[in-house]
Ligand binder design. Structure first.
Ligand code: GLN
Length: 202
């Protein structure tokens, strides 16, 4: 865990659409308070950000309407970010099925809604490949809801867990991204992992 006196970050949760409250509750459970971020001014007041799950097309539309997208693009190219599901779609370098604009901060190609109608939602035990404090050997419970599939991960992207051979939890330096919803499980290891990453970031 992070000693509170060593905690130098102000963690925001993008709160314009989607399950942002579940992320705030998840971080509260591990003793970290978060701030909702709805405007560029609020974004300027945080040092790290969570991009929640939801509907990426709707998020993009709302971001553009408020002229918030440019500030957010700069932020995700510079600061620590934890993205889940729709958030991962927003960060990707390429979005397919259908194609969609994205911030290109995470070197992956994602296919939206890739599991089809039958498998739209699933709760699966997922083996992680990372050993250590945050993700010890026990499988993670992964909640998939109309999830994207990471069909390509660049050389700088570390895959920490897979489903059917495809990455579902990835790290690229200061960015952690999941195609599932760790905030909807009781298990807080993925949130703890992000806090560990954050502790190493200026
Ligand atoms: N299917 C959604 C999208 O394309 C993502 C779903 C989610 O975040 N649970 O944006």
């Amino acid at each position: 865990m992070i000693a509170s006196d060593a905690w130098k970050h102000s963690l925001g949760v993008l709160a314009i659409q989607g399950d942002y409250e579940a992320h705030s509750a998840a971080f509260a459970e591990v003793g970290v308070s978060t701030r909702p971020v709805k405007t560029p001014t609020e974004l300027a007041e945080v040092s790290a950000l969570v991009l929640p799950g939801g509907e990426s097309t709707t998020m993009l539309r709302l971001l553009r309407r408020d002229g918030f997208d440019a500030a957010l693009r700069d932020f995700v190219h510079a600061r620590p970010v934890f993205a889940t599901c729709a958030g991962c779609i927003l960060l990707a370098s390429e979005v397919l099925h259908p194609q969609q604009e994205s911030f290109a901060a995470l070197d992956v190609t994602v296919e939206r809604n890739a599991y089809g109608r039958q498998n739209e939602s699933a709760i699966l035990p997922i083996e992680t490949t990372l050993r250590g404090d945050a993700l010890p050997d026990e499988p993670l419970e992964a909640v998939f809801i109309r999830a994207p599939r990471i069909v390509r991960a660049g050389a700088g992207v570390e895959t920490l867990a897979r489903r059917d051979g495809y990455p579902v939890l990835v790290r690229q330096g200061r960015i952690l991204a999941a195609t599932f919803h760790p905030e909807l499980s009781a298990d807080r290891r993925v949130h703890q992992l992000f806090l560990q990453i954050l502790a190493t970031q200026p």
